[in-house]
Design a protein around this ligand. Structure first.
Ligand SMILES: Nc1ncnc2c1ncn2[C@@H]1O[C@H](COP(=O)(O)OP(=O)(O)OP(=O)(O)O)[C@@H](O)[C@H]1O
Ligand SMILES: [Mg+2]
Length: 253
C-alpha cells in the first residue's frame, strides 16, 4: 500500500491524510490511557471494537439528522471522516453522577441527576483538561455564544439517541464526552460531531447488575477491558466476525 501522510498521532488514534481533499483517515490503536496519560496500557482488539462501535453510533446519528464527520468505515481499524476544525472543548453530558463530578462535588456515584447536565472542558493536556464555564469560552474566544448554543443542542440530541440505543440493550448511559468540529461551506459554518463515540468516551452500566462496561474497567482495574467492550458490541449486534471467536480448522472424519 502507498505510504500515507500522517497528520497527527494521539493517545488512541492516528490521523492520516484522506484520499479526497478535506477528508482524513482515522486509525484506531489498541492503546488505552487514563488520568491524562499517567496510566497506560495496550488492550488487544480495543481499536477494532472502537472503530466498529463509533461507526455504529455515528451512522445512527447521521440517519437521525444529527450531523457527524463520519463518511465510511474502510477496514477493521480505519474509517474515513470529514476533516473539521476541532473546537478545543470536550463536551460532557451527564445523566447520573459519576467520575470527576461525583468526586469534585462530593455526590455519591450513581445518584441520578434531575436533568442532563452539560459541562465543557478545555482540551489542553498540559493543563489537565480543566472545567471551564461559558464565560471563559466566550472571553477567550474558543467558541461564540451561537456555537455554545449549537453545541448544547447537538449534545442533547446525541444524549437522547445514545441513551435510547443503550437502554434497548440493557445498558444505562451514565455520561459521555464528545468533540465537535466546524465545517466551512462558503461564508457559512456548521457544527458536526467529530472524533469518536465509543466505550472509551462513555460511562456504560448494565441496568440489571450495575456492571461497568466502559473505560472505568481499565481506570479502576476492574477486569478485562476488551471483554467489556466486546459485550457492548455483542449486545448492539456490531461484533466483527473475526473477533475473539475465530476457531481453528476442524478435522473432518
Ligand atoms: N474529523 C476530524 N478532523 C480533524 N481532527 C479530528 C477529527 N476527528 C478527531 N480529530 C482529532 O484527532 C485526534 C484523535 O486522536 P486521539 O483521540 O488519539 O487524540 P488524543 O490523544 O485524545 O489527544 P487530543 O484530543 O488531546 O488531541 C484528536 O486530537 C481529535 O481532536
Ligand atoms: Mg481523544
Amino acid at each position: 500500500m502507498a505510504r500515507r501522510r500522517m497528520i497527527y498521532e494521539g493517545k488512541a488514534k492516528i490521523l492520516y491524510e484522506g484520499p479526497e481533499p478535506d477528508t482524513l483517515i482515522q486509525y484506531f490503536k489498541d492503546d488505552a490511557t487514563a488520568f491524562n496519560a499517567q496510566k497506560k496500557g495496550v488492550i488487544e482488539g480495543k481499536g477494532v471494537l472502537n472503530n466498529r462501535l463509533s461507526e455504529f453510533f455515528m451512522t445512527g446519528l447521521n440517519q437521525m439528522g444529527v450531523p457527524t464527520h463520519f463518511i465510511k468505515r474502510i477496514n477493521m481499524r480505519e474509517q474515513l471522516v470529514r476533516m473539521v476544525e476541532i473546537i478545543p472543548l470536550e463536551v460532557v453530558v451527564r445523566n447520573v453522577a459519576a467520575g470527576s463530578m461525583a468526586k469534585r462535588l462530593g455526590i455519591e456515584e450513581g445518584t441520578p441527576l434531575p436533568r442532563p447536565i452539560i459541562e465543557f472542558y478545555l482540551k489542553d493536556d498540559k493543563l489537565g483538561d480543566p472545567l471551564v464555564t461559558e464565560e471563559h469560552i466566550i472571553a477567550f474566544n474558543w467558541a461564540s455564544q451561537q456555537d455554545i448554543d449549537d453545541m448544547i443542542a447537538l449534545a442533547l440530541r446525541v444524549n437522547d439517541y445514545l441513551s435510547g440505543v443503550m437502554y434497548g440493550v440493557g445498558i444505562k448511559l451514565v455520561d459521555f464526552k464528545i468533540e465537535i468540529g466546524r465545517i466551512f461551506e462558503g461564508d457559512f459554518q456548521r457544527l458536526v460531531i467529530a472524533d469518536e463515540i465509543s466505550p472509551d468516551s462513555c460511562r456504560l452500566w448494565d441496568i440489571e447488575t450495575g456492571q461497568k462496561l466502559d473505560k472505568d474497567v481499565f481506570r479502576r482495574d476492574l477486569g478485562n477491558l476488551a471483554d467489556a467492550y466486546t459485550e457492548v458490541a455483542r449486545r448492539l449486534g456490531v461484533l466483527p466476525r473475526s473477533n475473539g471467536t475465530v476457531k481453528g480448522p476442524k478435522l473432518v472424519q
